[in-house]
Design a protein around this ligand. Structure first.
Ligand code: NAD
Length: 350
């Protein structure tokens, strides 16, 4: 496994590996860029098919966090951790304590949070070994699962995309296809239905699909959802769903959803633009959770929601610049973030 030649390596500041025979922990921490502040990002536990897949994932996700935090206006850099293994069978207190010690060894360059395969209870076990854990602050009136506020950010982003594309942000009689009715998808569906949208949903888990239908969404098959004949597609399941096979078949004119790494390659951003599809870059629209985590330490729910609502303003800026410069929205968003952390790096060095 070679880090520097990995497809997703992008001048990461730190990549650390650990193996703890006693607890069975095998994990990687990656810090992409800490110019704007300490690198914050979730700790994912997943049964990767091989070590190279785990490395790719942590490199890609940590880079995404740098861009996400920068465009959310947070004084934080981008990092991520992955634990290799099935959380259902391998997750033990001993393994989580060993992970806490591994995080502590990085001396605060990386601060962890929850992600798929880990939860607040797991983070609390890690925090017995390290202070570099966030998103567990019970002293606040909010905290814990960031999904509701991630969904709120996506809802704000959808409204800003509608305003830009149609000059009207109202969701009444707008049709939306939601791929994935998990933690985020379900809260998003509730917002959309409350506003009068017509929502279609697909999920590979029958139970999650049923809950979404109970909210008022119409079930659709997982094969049909991406190409559904709707106004808006909201990917809220897995990454890489926007690719050279799926993009030519899309019928929605707006793509705006929570899933991380929706574009299979950066060129797919240009493909969407060529097809006249307005794409809300995932690392901008899905920042609600990380904004909430930031405010858990010092803020209030109101300040958190106000900050999250600004996702819509950032997207409007990106859409306008994309039109003015004839560049894909994802490229515009990356440039905006890069200029922020390059400026910070210069002032840090001075
Ligand atoms: P989740 O695991 O709770 O939900 C994902 C849902 O997608 C599940 O119900 C799953 O069955 C379904 N799914 C998986 N493959 C599918 C397919 N091919 N077709 C249809 N449905 C499928 O995850 P979540 O927390 O809701 O996160 C959703 C996405 O948003 C992920 O990509 C995640 O990385 C991203 N995200 C989440 C947060 C957060 O706060 N939870 C924050 C930022 C980004």
């Amino acid at each position: 496994m070679c880090v520097f030649s990995s497809a997703s390596f992008d001048q990461h500041e730190l990549v650390a590996f650990t193996e703890d025979a006693k607890s069975g922990l095998r994990a990687i921490i990656a810090v992409h860029n800490s110019s704007l502040g300490p690198a914050v990002g979730g700790c994912r536990m997943y049964p990767y098919a091989n070590d190279a897949d785990a490395l790719e994932d942590v490199l890609r996700l940590s880079r995404g966090m740098t861009y996400k935090s920068a465009l959310a206006g947070l004084p934080m850099g981008g990092g991520k951790a992955v634990i290799i293994g099935d959380p259902a069978t391998l997750k033990t207190p001993e393994l989580l304590q060993a992970m806490g010690r591994f995080i502590d060894q990085q001396g605060g360059k990386y601060i962890t949070a929850e992600d798929s395969g880990t939860c607040v209870a797991d983070l609390k076990i890690m925090s017995s070994q390290t202070k570099f854990v966030t998103g567990i602050n019970e002293a606040q009136s909010f905290g814990g699962d960031p999904s509701p506020l991630t969904a709120y950010g996506v809802y704000c982003g959808i409204k800003s995309a509608l305003q830009f594309a149609r000059g009207d942000a109202q969701l009444k009689q707008v049709s939306v296809a939601v791929q994935g009715a998990g933690a985020v998808g379900r809260y998003l569906i509730k917002h959309l239905i409350d506003d009068g949208a017509q929502v279609y949903v697909a999920d590979i888990k029958a139970d999650n699909l049923r809950k979404a239908v109970e909210l008022g969404a119409t079930a659709m098959s997982t094969d049909e959802i991406l190409a559904a004949d709707v106004d808006i597609l909201a990917p809220c399941a897995m990454g890489a769903v926007l690719n050279s096979q799926s993009i030519p078949k899309l019928r929605a004119s707006i793509v705006a959803g929570a899933a991380n790494n929706q574009l299979a390659t950066i060129e797919d951003g240009a493909l969407l633009q060529q097809r006249g599809i307005l794409y809300a870059p995932d690392f901008v629209i899905s920042a609600g959770g990380i904004i909430e985590i930031f405010h858990q330490n010092s803020g209030t729910m109101e300040r958190s929601r106000e900050h999250i609502a600004k996702i819509g303003d950032t997207l409007t800026q990106i859409f306008e610049q994309s039109t003015a410069q004839q560049l894909p929205t994802v490229r515009v968003a990356e440039q905006m973030a890069e200029s922020l952390f390059e400026k910070a790096a210069v002032s840090n060095a001075a």
